[in-house]
Ligand binder design. Sequence first.
Ligand SMILES: [Fe+2]
Length: 281
Amino acid sequence: MDALSHCIESFTTWKANVISDTLAVKGTELIGGSLRTAYGQGSKNIESRYNMCVGSMLGINAFLVAGRGLGLAHVMSYPIREVGHVTHGEAVSLALPHVMEYNLPVNLAKFAGIAELMGEELQGLGLRERAHLAVEAVKKLSVDVGMPQKLRDVGLKKEDITSYVDNVFDLHFPLVEANGRNASSQDVTKIFEAAIEYGENGIRVNCIAPGFHTGTNIGKEWHAIWPKEELAAYDEIIAKTAPLGRKGEANELAGLAIYLASDASGYVTGQVFIHDGGLTI
Ligand SMILES: [Fe+2]
């Protein structure tokens, strides 16, 4: 995971250049495609191990060519490693998805590229959605190779965040400065807070699976490229096919979202709510 972080941080630092990008892209592709099998099959899968060696070497060279172009995942790894008594790779792995989330808005295209290199299915998605899948891809890989998932599990406490940040911010300022998005000590504090809160007890996770609705941006990419007559004919088919005989309204979708965000759904978690007028029955 450390080797992957070298590729991702050097690819998304503002210091990246065409040579570091070339190295980081190939490194991400090799590591994304081989780490699971190198971890899970060990010496029985020499090709995966070879790919990891090459990917690791490419990642190191990528951040060197980018002028020590790493970032906040490495900055944050220092207190995580010291407090949690974990390896450098485990510490970076814990920080990396949260740092990617923070950096994502200033580099959507590159994060979308990372998602593609790591094998995510991107068809039909907008740029921001594709970029966000890079974060998900790293989280999934981290789970699959047995990395710790929560900062609290390795002993980091919310009340100690200020001292963590004070300790690392000045000491590792060149890495803070290399990060893809400008960051103050307050920003680093917020990333630590988000990382510690993530996955805590009491956070419910539910999903809305919307069908066809009016007044939303869902499917806007298709609307932009489909002829109007075909769209109208398609809408007619939806209205005829759905048991409720129409497309949904945006406010109906909003009502479900408000319910899920409120205390009224306090005992609901792990559910997928299909909101499609019965179309998929
Ligand atoms: Fe590292």
